[in-house]
Design a protein around this ligand. Sequence first.
Ligand code: HAM
Length: 426
Amino acid sequence: MDNLKNLRGTADLLPEQLIKWQNVEKILIQQLSRASIKEIRTPILEMTELFIRGIGEGTDVVSKEMYTFLDRGERSCTLRPEGTASVARALIQNGISSNPLQKLWYMGPMFRYERPQAGRQRQFHQLGVEFIGYDSVRSDIEIIVLAWDILEKLGIKELNLEINTLGDHLDRLNFQKSFLNWLKINKDSLDLDSQNRIDKNPLRILDSKNIQTKKVLENAPRLFEFLSDKSIKRYSELKKQLEALKIPYVENFNLVRGLDYYTHTAFEITSGALGSQSTVCGGGRYDNLIGQMGGPKTSAIGFAIGLERLILLAGKELEVPRNTDIYIINQGVTAELLATNLSRKLRDYDLLVELDLSGASFSKQFKKANKLKSKSIIVIGDDEAANKEFIIRLFDKASDENQEETISYENDIKLRKWLDNNLLLK
Ligand code: HAM
């Protein structure tokens, strides 16, 4: 029988890789809690209807990329392709009116049936942030600044912020009418993929990467020309505040994003250090989503960062593991029992303790401690066990007698003093 393999586009994260992941996650969570943003966790599996209504039937995500199946009760279920629709559902379901202003984050796996390549997977991970109930330009700024600072904090280079405005619902309807007319006249000059989008999701054609189509589009009507005065004012204010904060941006009128719920501000942050999948963060305002999904009319804005791309970009310094503080070398029945209990006690001091379970010779256990670059070792053999004591010493200062101590198993004060002097307060 062939060996079983993981599904295409999914990946195992092994302990060595997870060192960097966990370090990145720690910094992310720290930054989020410093900004008083609270975590929310929603199910990975949702009713398919949620994404059809939330993201839009004509989008690539819904029409081509969802992992959808019938469960044993014949209900259509979907592995979440993104987090915004789920957060909106959870808030409506749990009574949004009693808590109309919320700043939330989530982190976890998302699923899209896309063609896998570097930085693009079928199971990938996102960190998402959603500000619910906020409609001022200041909240757009706070969201963009937060994403920007997170990426900078992780040492990510060559960041580019692209912004656009999609106006409100009415602005977009007016534009769409005129754009559709233009598309029908110019249909034959577009690439096949764009031609197919005319009836399904015409706005998305603006995002085409096809060089010929891009050229033709230069003469298409622009969404910008259909914006109301209010929408233009909002957008100008956004740019003014970004400039005041010295956040560099580029306007990209073709930035429409792949999900239908956006209104007004849309933005993406790319990094020149990534290959073709250069967008590390995407987001925008979605003032109609919660209302459309059956909740009270609620303005909102958010973003999501792709963690696989973030890991590709984050620096090598985040790959460094925390070394073992104490390696417990032990052999013999009584010694092993004492060693187990000692390891429990030491972990309470927030020390990274490794208990050798091999029963191998002392020299083999020493070698293992050396390989792990453990800061210190504890040795318990038959003699020590008989006296209910153990030897503790710093590993690389074996000759320095001050560093070595024989401590009675019950003498917590002496142990604490040694730990303070050599590990905890260093
Ligand atoms: P999105 O642009 O579809 O937005 O995804 C956000 C980020 O997720 C992308 O910029 C990318 O870094 C990452 N990503 C997307 N698909 C993949 C994939 N197949 N493999 C690896 N990474 C991927 C959203 O999902 C919106 N929910 C963001 C948002 C939140 N807007 C408002 N609030």
